[in-house]
Ligand binder design. Structure first.
Ligand SMILES: Cc1cc2nc3c(=O)[nH]c(=O)nc-3n(C[C@H](O)[C@H](O)[C@H](O)COP(=O)(O)OP(=O)(O)OC[C@H]3O[C@@H](n4cnc5c(N)ncnc54)[C@H](O)[C@@H]3O)c2cc1C
Ligand SMILES: NC(=O)c1ccc[n+]([C@@H]2O[C@H](COP(=O)([O-])OP(=O)(O)OC[C@H]3O[C@@H](n4cnc5c(N)ncnc54)[C@H](O)[C@@H]3O)[C@@H](O)[C@H]2O)c1
Length: 461
């Protein structure tokens, strides 16, 4: 069968469906190809199920701390792990169905299920079918990277996808990698009742953050009983009876961590190795990410790459923004660009860590005079009332322009409060604008004007 379309969208992650929707509204004939579940990583094995599980873990933690609030559960709270997993599956399953129904209902859109592979530029094969189009949008996402066979030594290792199918709570979960994936799972499984040990290469967890932020987060997790070993070297696994021994330090075997399950959270790789990109002449970098320009155009005319597979973002909001950039340039004569995007993300530990712009370390390295404002959450009324006093607010301001250049908020509701600051950065207004604003009491955000009013020069630690 030979089909010609105005556009082909490969993958239904966070950019593909929205783009197909815009193209459909514009009257284009579009083929959408998906090889697995509709909605991709975020919907099926990423943000949505993990945040549903984080919510269950939060309730477990609150119930365990109930007496602090004057509320106690007779006989103590119990975590029903299969029920936690069933809840996350319902939420994630509904979301995937919604994406599928949405895409299938788009006028002029043909949904094709199967693995897409380029035959050449402009031609994509899905099984026996050859799809042709002058415009192809690649939104194939990524998957968990794998541990090398000589490190695994035959041990079965979980990743974010296989962990979603667990039926019983692990007794002792070893987590390799202390960043987003590792720490979100580490804290929730600890709260569900598992013993958890995190093994992190290098001096600190969350290596993208300032060292003092990493220390503060580590203390929060350790207070709940998550065991964290930084400086992990010579990492290797081996079976030990029905358990797994994880070597984390060179030398003596007696330092090995013996656990029942291991989660690999050491990063992700793009789904570009089985896409036939070489046949189309699309350039990838050394790690397999598709090279793109400011408008997400690849090295081949008529082929774009959106979302995690282009290596220019690794979040749902960055993938969705890629759709917005492509749609604006293609359909709206609006020259939106990748470099208009301000780095922003949240790590959904509890309390969450929200980050925008640059860190203190990056500000110091830039050589630009920078001001810093800080406040511990123990001096934020809302946090005290909620019994969530861990963490702090930190803002960084360019001393000359008085524009905000970064913020790190570690604390209750930080993932929401940070948006006041992010809006200020997009508005390109000096911080004095917010400092004069009257915010609602009692909120975490109400302290942001105060923090911005207490700036001092940033100095090296
Ligand atoms: C555990 C975890 C938690 C996360 N939590 C968050 C969070 O809280 N917030 C956040 O912003 N981000 C989070 N992320 C990251 C987020 O999930 C991704 O950044 C986002 O899903 C990327 O979307 P995407 O559109 O690039 O690709 P994906 O969502 O990965 O979708 C790609 C799609 O393409 C399909 N596909 C691949 N190859 C082919 C092919 N050859 N033919 C046909 N179809 C193909 C796949 O089946 C998939 O459906 C999390 C990630 C993980 C792993
Ligand atoms: N809240 C969110 O937005 C969220 C949540 C989960 C995942 N994500 C996305 O998923 C992506 C992947 O997350 P991730 O945490 O898997 O990867 P990552 O690249 O963020 O972190 C990997 C961690 O593993 C460590 N590491 C690597 N090799 C190791 C080894 N051999 N032994 C011990 N430690 C080792 C690294 O130092 C790093 O801390 C992220 O880039 C993020 O964008 C986002």
């Amino acid at each position: 069968m030979d089909d010609t379309f105005d556009a082909i969208v490969i993958g239904t992650g966070q950019a593909g469906p929205a783009l197909a929707g815009r193209l459909s509204q514009a009257g284009w004939r579009v083929a959408v190809v998906e090889r697995h579940r509709f909605g991709g990583t975020c919907v099926n094995t990423g943000c949505i199920p993990t945040k549903a599980m984080v919510a269950s873990a939060h309730v477990a933690s609150l119930l365990q701390r109930g007496a602090e609030y004057g509320v106690s559960v007779p006989g103590g709270a119990q975590v029903d792990f299969p029920a936690v997993m069933a809840r996350k599956s319902r939420i994630s399953g509904r979301s995937s169905q919604n994406v599928e129904q949405w895409v299938r209902g788009m006028p002029g859109v043909t949904v094709i299920q199967g693995h897409a592979r380029f035959e050449e530029a402009g031609v994509v094969r899905v099984g026996e079918r050859l799809l042709r189009s002058p415009r192809i949008f690649v939104n194939v996402g990524g998957r968990a990277s794998e541990l090398a066979p000589e490190i695994r030594n035959g041990v079965t290792v979980l990743n974010n996808a296989s962990l979603m199918a667990l039926e019983r709570l692990p007794e002792h979960l070893g987590v390799v990698g202390g960043s987003y994936v590792g720490l979100e799972f580490a804290q929730m499984f600890r709260r569900f009742g598992a013993r958890v040990t995190v093994l992190q290469r290098g001096a600190q967890i969350v290596p993208r953050e300032d060292a003092d932020v990493a220390r503060a987060l580590q203390q929060i997790l350790e207070r709940e009983g998550v065991e964290i070993r930084t400086g992990s070297e010579c990492f290797a696994l081996r079976p030990e009876g029905d358990r797994i021994a994880a070597r984390w330090r060179c030398g003596d075997e007696q330092d090995d961590i013996v656990c029942t399950h291991v989660l690999n959270a050491t990063g992700r790789r793009p789904n570009t190795d089985d896409l036939g990109l070489d046949r189309a002449g699309v350039r990838v970098d050394a790690r397999g990410y598709i090279e793109v320009d400011e408008q997400l155009r690849t090295s081949v005319e008529g082929i774009w790459a959106l979302g995690d597979c282009n290596g220019r973002g690794a979040f749902t909001h960055t993938a969705y923004n890629d759709f917005e950039i492509v749609a604006a340039n293609l359909l709206d004569k609006d020259p939106r660009r990748l470099s208009d995007r301000i780095p922003a993300y949240a790590l959904y530990t509890d309390p969450p860590l929200a980050r925008i712009g640059i860190t203190s370390g990056e500000a110091l390295a830039s050589g630009r005079p920078t001001l810093i404002g800080e406040r511990p959450m123990s001096r934020v009324g809302r946090a005290v009332q909620k019994g969530e006093e861990q963490g702090f607010l930190r803002v960084l301001v360019d001393a000359q322009t008085r524009h905000l250049v970064g913020a790190t908020l570690l604390g209750v509701d930080a993932d929401e409060a940070v948006h006041a600051l992010l809006t200020l950065m997009y508005a390109r207004q000096p911080v004095d604008t917010v400092q004069r604003a009257v915010f609602i009491h009692p909120t975490v955000s109400e302290l942001l004007p105060t923090v911005l009013g207490s700036l001092r020069p940033l100095e090296a630690p």
